[in-house]
Write a protein that binds this ligand. Sequence first.
Ligand SMILES: [Zn+2]
Length: 298
Amino acid sequence: MTSMRIGIDLGGTKIETIVLAPDGSERFRRRIDSPRGSYERTIAAIVEQVTAAEAAIGERATVGIGMPGITSPATGLVKNANSTWQIGHPLQDDLNRSLGRDVRLANDANCFALSEATDGAGAGARVVFGVILGTGVGGGVVVDRRALVGPNAIAGEWGHNSLPWPEGEEYPGPPCYCGRRGCNELFLSGAGLVRAYGGSWSAQDIAAAAARGEPRAVAAMDLYTSRLAKALAGVINMLDPDVIVLGGGLSNVDALYARVPRQWGSWIFSDRVDTRLARAKHGDASGVRGAAWLWPGA
Ligand SMILES: [Zn+2]
């Protein structure tokens, strides 16, 4: 029985590999470019990373992999991946065979939530909703340190729900690439903040200007804050998580952690709200750490 865990973050541009010891300390880390466009070379690269990691630690380890898409429970084939060369391939079977063991695969938002629930900002909580607010908006649900995976493998995919309790131009909202309009992602991604500001600044510049009190940036940030409060109120009414952990670029906006919980009560069906809103502890490393924790151990 091995106690070391290999985690791999299989991104469209980079493949990152770590080894975690049982106490969560890191024993190995490596980053390589993804072999873009080739499924076969992706498999070969993963095998190479696992071989290198095990050579470095001198023992066999469990392997967990996080990826932008998922393996369809119905067909065993990759779906919803933005690394389109993986779509339609039996990644799970091919990796099990190539590595001679059972490999666990999960969506990267689930890995983020799992990392934070295991030894991050949601450590010790029973139910954790992890949210990524970045280029895209996604989420993952972890219960008792296990990522929740339903029959469609989309639990927590709240970025493409429509923004609840819309006001003014929020309804019907802008068109989304998913084919619908007014999705949470359109308002809560970096591009969503830029759209609220109505200028050519980056989301980071707008957040910084709002912190300095620049009126238009403050107005955009106010709008963003109330939209995040509404969208999370919908999650709390449905799931009632102990902790909501924010990751992605917009999770660095300090003001959100005080202001969103001050507002979300307006839409939550409860006389009081004890849900915590917390910033990710492991930041960008949560994807690869969560992949390693797909094998939770005893
Ligand atoms: Zn959408």
